[in-house]
Write a protein that binds this ligand. Structure first.
Ligand code: SF4
Length: 383
């Protein structure tokens, strides 16, 4: 039986689980109505007064990649002049900059670089743990893990055990995009398929690694395909919570950026309106994931701030050095400062809190001091 719009919204507002056709139907409803429900659920599922963020750094250890996704402006072939592989000391230097601003984790990912052997990865993890013992290492997308499985001839369990032994703390769920293979094949024929993405994330969760779920919209996917993506994520979360006692720590969603990519002019991307709609629907559909991030790298600070009323409870992280989304977005914003994230949260009426990877608050920033005008006028007569 198909529910009327008001019955569907009432059901969602009660926090009842929606099926695929009901989630798909949300896309046809007025956005203010969907947003109001999403915001109520956000207030009920997380601390209603608080917006969290993390101080971290992105490190892209290599930009050489042989997958060649059509939507990627970051990767290079080994023959290109600006291709690179960072050595351990270069990576240490970046981590020291993070330590200097009180950061607690690195998000370390790179291209699929066939020149690198297993010893590069294990040596890198060991080096970081030895020289930066307080920094959590959340690293390697499922695409990179799939490459390592094949290139090094290791089964997934052995590979993950080897990386964990060397120092890996988490496996970010990058590369989720839309977990429908028809969409993936059009956007990137050689891209990891959804089955492998879930297989690798499930193994990581089974081994107790930190993970998050992700989504990117704007490939030209249908609303039904977006709904399928959300429900697959929700199913995996159910499974992981039931079997392993923990699951995705949070959900991050952003819009496809196509500047400088082969998809430029071929994929529609997504407007701010669509982004906010998708975020609100994710909040409603993902009833088992309380921590939902707003995305400032793709949408900018103003839309990220608005997102705090469309279901988001978190501003992601400072990033210090974001290279992948910004390359395809055609802008050079690579990071956010603590002050900027504090201002976004405070101006929207929330209490900003610094969190750890697991979305637990760890420090309350001094909002008054951070937001005090930097150039206060000197009083008359002052020297
Ligand atoms: S998105 Fe990742 S896997 Fe695809 S081309 Fe870029 S670096 Fe390679």
């Amino acid at each position: 039986m198909t529910l009327s719009a008001s019955s569907l919204l009432d059901k969602a507002a009660r926090g009842e689980r929606l099926d695929h056709s009901e989630v798909t139907a949300l896309y046809s409803l007025p956005l203010p109505d969907v947003a109001a429900v999403a915001h109520e659920l956000r207030l009920a599922r997380t601390d209603p007064e608080v917006v969290t963020f993390l101080i971290d750094r992105n490190i892209n250890y290599t930009n050489i990649c042989n997958v060649g996704c059509n939507f990627c402006a970051f990767y290079r072939t080994a023959r290109q002049k600006d291709s690179y592989v960072l050595d351990y000391e270069q990576i240490s230097h970046k981590i020291r900059e993070l330590e200097a601003v009180g950061g607690s984790r690195i998000l370390m990912q790179g291209g699929v670089n066939p020149q690198l052997g297993l010893e590069y990865y294990t040596g890198l993890l060991q080096h970081i743990k030895r020289h930066h013992p307080t920094i959590r290492i959340e690293a390697f997308s499922p695409e990179e893990v799939l490459f390592m499985e094949k290139a090094f001839g290791l089964d997934l369990d052995t590979l993950l055990d080897t990386l964990i032994q060397a120092g890996l703390d988490g496996l970010p769920g990058a590369g989720g995009e839309i977990l429908e293979d028809e969409v993936r094949a059009n956007a990137a024929p050689a891209r990891i398929r959804s089955h492998d993405w879930f297989r690798i994330l499930d193994a990581a969760q089974r081994k107790g690694l930190y993970t998050i779920s992700t989504m990117v919209i704007g490939f030209g996917e249908s609303h039904a395909q977006r709904a399928s993506h959300l429900l697959k994520i929700r199913d995996q979360q159910d499974r992981s919570l039931q079997l392993y006692g923990h699951g995705f720590a949070g959900f991050a969603m952003w819009t496809l950026q196509t500047e400088h990519t082969r998809l430029h002019g071929k994929a529609p991307g997504a407007s701010a309106h669509e982004y906010l709609q998708q975020l609100a629907i994710a909040r409603i559909a993902l009833d088992n994931q309380p921590n939902i991030q707003a995305s400032w790298p793709a949408q900018g600070f103003k839309v990220a701030q608005a997102a705090l009323y469309y279901g988001a409870s978190d501003l992601g992280s400072t990033m210090l050095e974001e290279n992948v989304v910004s390359a395809a977005a055609g802008h050079d914003r690579h990071n956010a400062t603590v002050r900027e994230l504090v201002r976004i949260a405070a101006d929207a009426g929330f209490r900003p809190m610094i969190r750890n990877s697991f979305f637990q608050p760890i420090a309350r920033p001094d909002v008054e001091a951070l937001l005090r005008p930097v150039h206060q006028e000197q009083p008359v007569g002052a020297d």
